[in-house]
Design a protein around this ligand. Structure first.
Ligand code: ARG
Length: 501
């Protein structure tokens, strides 16, 4: 990893000044057809079971262990927060069903990128890959690693809140470890993913069983009078949704691997219809369990709800809780970086980002430059952000694009009426999700205007400054070749096409 470390400082600025110095999109689209990876992608290995596992394993991560307190603060009552937990599940299900139509209609990988390309053309598609590579994926990584650190540190600190600097350092350590795993080998990354997914289900089961046990003992007092409290404002409800929707994020994850699903027109919708209600059920039960063990006020005060829960319920086995949460979040962060590497890899291969980001390591065959790049941005986010602020920022930006995908579906019903649609949703579903996503994006701006939202919008549109010269006009600054060569030698990476010649 020393070589990789050497590039940390140097790689960041380059991407700023030249995020798309490639030979333009047309050329790279041609390249796509012959890319050997597509042959690998086309192997259909994901059946119904793995499809469900992919959805559930991505969705359950840090959120259910950190968000419940935040949601309670924002809604002011147990009842409203519970309704929002369920509503988030329903919204994710509806959104995912619409994505099932999109994914079975356009089966190429890249999810939103491909749908935007079809419905709106290259500029909006570019803006998506720009934002997801620079903001969405790294912020997911940063949030999950911060949650990991909070629980890891909490296990050793009993008397007071753990110092922020220690939490941040542990989060950075997690990023480095996950980066190492994924640069080392794809198989190691997969193994970590499977083991940790199993462990996360154990954690969920412990919480649910512990809660059920408490309820049978008659600890139902915190669940009665659920609606006593102030009525939240519309903007507060929207930000409460941000907190809840974070826990459900990942509902569209199967769409990134449509090319690998066996019989996708059946298995994609089915995995969604099994996976998302399953997660919703788990989350509802876990929330009830928390309230069986502590009062809403205790829940709000707790830095790490699951640890407080464990201390109350598990007695001598209380250490199990922080351990399983760290395991769950570590696995989630691993899966997120795994997917992020893939996305970065695909987008740059299409000519939407720097070429170097699509290269793979000569011997290890891992997309190291993309992974390092994401981890660098995630590192900055860990240093300068907090879990809460990052979640708001993430959800705000993500829902602009989820809404965009709904619009793409609706638009294509009119512009491409005869396109084959093996799975078709009632048009009302994307319309409802679109309306809700507009509300989610607009309500917080109107209710409590924060400068961050403006920055996010400016950042998204700022992508156009790079799009026009580097992608649309296909200009390549001359120094780019030197930069690419430098990183190629430093990281020992090559374009995938050259490896199979
Ligand atoms: N829902 C997950 C959690 O609660 C985060 C998922 C991040 N999203 C993703 N596509 N990997 O931690």
């Amino acid at each position: 990893t020393t070589g990789a470390n050497g590039s940390f400082g140097a790689e960041g600025p380059e991407t700023e000044t030249d995020s798309s110095g490639t030979g333009g999109m047309r050329k790279s689209l041609e390249r796509k057809g012959s890319a050997p990876n597509d042959a690998v992608h086309l192997q259909r290995r994901v059946g119904l079971f793995s499809g469900v596992a992919l959805i559930v394993g991505t969705m359950i991560g840090s959120g259910i262990f950190v968000s419940p307190s935040g949601l309670l603060v924002r809604t002011g009552s147990v009842g409203v927060s519970f309704i929002i937990w369920l509503a988030c599940g329903l919204l994710s299900l509806l959104g995912a069903l619409a994505y099932a139509e999109l994914g079975t209609m356009n089966t190429s990988s890249g999810a939103e990128w491909a749908y935007f390309m079809d419905a709106f053309g290259p500029a909006p598609a570019f803006l998506f890959s720009w934002v997801s590579t620079l903001v969405l994926k790294p912020s997911q990584m940063a949030i999950i690693c911060l949650s990991f650190a909070q629980y890891a540190v909490e296990a050793f600190v009993t008397e007071c809140d753990p110092p922020t600097s220690v939490v941040k350092m542990v989060a950075l350590l997690a990023i480095v470890m996950i980066l190492f795993v994924n640069c080392y080998s794809v198989n190691l990354g997969m193994a970590v993913q499977n083991i940790f997914t199993a462990a996360k289900l154990v954690a969920v089961l412990i919480v649910i069983c512990g809660g059920a046990w408490k309820l049978f003992q008659g600890n139902t007092q915190h669940l009665s009078n659920a609606f006593s409290g102030d009525t939240p404002t519309l903007g507060a409800v929207a930000t409460a949704f941000y907190t809840g929707l974070w826990a459900y994020d990942g509902w569209n994850n199967l769409n990134y691997v449509t090319e690998e699903i066996k019989n996708p027109s059946k298995n994609l919708p089915r995995s969604i219809m099994i996976g998302i209600p399953l997660v919703t059920l788990c989350y509802a039960l876990i929330n009830i369990s928390y309230l069986a063990a502590m009062s809403p006020t205790e829940m709000i005060d707790s830095e790490a709800v699951a640890v407080t829960f464990g201390n109350r319920i598990l007695g001598a086995m209380a250490w199990l809780m922080p351990l399983s949460v760290t395991v769950s979040t570590f696995g989630s962060a691993n899966g997120t970086l795994f997917a992020a590497g893939r996305l970065c890899f695909a987008a740059s291969r299409e000519g939407h980002l720097m070429d170097i980001l699509s290269y793979v390591h000569v011997r290890r065959l891992t997309p190291a430059p993309g992974l390092i790049f994401h981890s660098l941005i995630a590192t900055a986010m860990v240093l300068y952000g907090t879990i809460g602020s990052l979640i708001d920022f993430f959800s705000f930006t993500a829902w602009i694009f989820y809404g965009g995908a709904m619009l793409a579906l609706i638009v294509m019903r009119f512009t491409k009426p005869n396109y084959p649609r093996p799975y078709k949703v009632p048009i009302i579903i994307p319309v409802v999700v679109l309306v809700i996503s507009i509300y989610l994006v607009v309500a917080p701006i109107i209710d409590t205007p924060r400068i961050e939202y403006l920055y996010a919008l400016l950042f998204i549109l700022g992508g156009l400054i790079f799009y026009v010269p580097f992608v649309k006009l296909g200009m390549t600054p001359r120094f780019m070749n030197k930069v690419t060569l430098f990183f190629q030698l430093l990281l020992e990476v090559v374009p995938t096409s050259s490896m199979f010649e």
